[in-house]
Design a protein around this ligand. Structure first.
Ligand code: NDP
Ligand code: 5RP
Ligand code: ZN
Length: 338
């Protein structure tokens, strides 16, 4: 069977490629229904990864956040039409200690190989999870899963002072991370720090929000999550170092193209722990599938961060989604009707 894969071939340029579809007993064929754009996709789309990386990775189909419907299961385990979320991290070995999303042998969709911008996707059976709620919200499961990966890492490493947790970055990653913290640590005070007031207003479940240039001098936090990335990382991490209590953890989530200069003198003096967090595995997805299933309010809150839904019938529609996304406060979702 021939499949159509929509690949980025150069910044802002997408081409339809016709390729053979991989079909065997261990794979299930999924038709994507909703796809959402991540900052990582936007960096490839705009070419901000730089020429060397672009040359290494392109042509490549973007998008690692997607849900879809089963169109063919050679084993008959899944009925046609079953709604599933697709896990983009693709492991090739098991390690007794290291999580799949950190194994150097794992491949990640829309970073190491084709993402979900395809007519149908041939998915390994062990990388799909069924769900039964609104797919236009379920499309945020990957975003939720990276928050889950980070919050569980925090839980495993942070000291027992957990009264006050600061979240720097009032965008998508900050939102889902704060929401998961709310559910897992209902008694902790959650403080969100951002640059624009109107984005802080979305965090109605947090205890307080602050603008980064108006933080009270006497404020202290036990632990912090950095959900900023890019050029804002430096200011955010150094501000966290100023406000965090000794021996707290700084949970890093933002991706930066350039090395970030940080105040290591105070990291040493305060005995801080910096924890790196990237991507997620099957278990993180499963926990989020269940979290959304069991908590109507989680789905309700997540629905508020879909800034725009673009109906996609052509490559021009895809381009419009990526162009609009740059100016959207939160997520841009594509309803995949091509
Ligand atoms: N670790 C992982 O697995 C993942 C990492 N990421 C990365 O996380 C980062 C954030 O992604 P996402 O949330 O989608 O991006 P957003 O742009 O939605 O969020 C970043 C937010 O940080 C705000 N901000 C900017 N400077 C500061 C500052 N100094 N202090 C506090 N807040 C600040 C921005 O405000 P404003 O909009 O007003 O500029 C924005 O609201 C990106 O680098 C992304 O690639 C994404 C997914 C997974
Ligand atoms: O968004 C992410 C996970 O959801 C990661 O930030 C993304 O995987 C980084 O990929 P790349 O190295 O290709 O920028
Ligand atoms: Zn992402």
């Amino acid at each position: 069977m021939i499949n159509t894969v929509y690949r980025l071939i150069a910044p802002k340029s997408i081409r339809a490629d016709f390729v053979d579809l991989n079909i065997d007993e261990e794979r299930v064929i999924i038709r994507p229904t909703y796809l959402s754009i991540c900052a990582a996709d936007e960096r490839y789309y705009t070419g901000s990864r730089g020429e060397v990386v672009m040359k290494q990775k392109l042509p490549m189909a973007l998008i690692h956040e997607a849900v879809g419907e089963v169109v063919y299961d050679p084993k008959g385990e899944y009925k046609v039409g079953t709604q599933v979320v697709m896990v983009p991290n693709t492991p090739y070995e098991k390690d007794p200690v290291i999580k799949e999303n950190y194994l150097r042998s794992s491949k990640f969709r829309a970073s190491g190989f084709d993402g979900f911008m395809q007519n149908v996707v041939s998915m390994r059976r062990d990388l799909i999870i069924p769900f039964d709620y609104d797919p236009s919200v379920a499309v945020l499961l990957e975003l939720c899963s990276v928050g889950m990966n980070a919050v569980e890492n925090f839980d495993a490493h942070a000291n027992e002072n957990r009264d006050t947790i600061g979240i720097w970055g009032n965008g998508n990653v900050g939102f889902v991370t704060a929401l998961i913290l709310r559910k897992k640590f209902p008694n902790a005070k959650l403080y969100v720090f951002g640059v624009q007031e109107h984005k802080n207003d979305y965090f109605s479940f947090a205890d307080k929000t602050f603008l980064v240039d108006d933080i009270p001098d006497d404020l202290v936090i036990d632990h912090a999550f950095e959900c900023v990335g890019g050029r804002g990382s430096e200011a955010a991490i150094n501000q966290i170092i100023d406000y965090i209590k000794p021996q707290g953890t700084i949970n890093l989530m933002g991706v930066s193209e350039k090395p970030v200069p940080i105040n290591t003198r105070m990291v040493l003096e305060k005995g801080l722990t910096l924890l790196g967090n990237s991507r997620s595995n099957y278990d993180d997805f499963k926990k989020c599938v269940d979290l959304m299933s069991e908590n109507d309010d989680v789905r309700e809150y997540l629905s508020t961060i879909v800034s725009e839904m673009v109906y996609v019938h052509s490559i021009d529609d895809m381009i419009r989604a990526f162009e609009d996304d740059v100016n959207n406060d939160f997520k841009t979702v594509m309803k995949w009707e091509i």
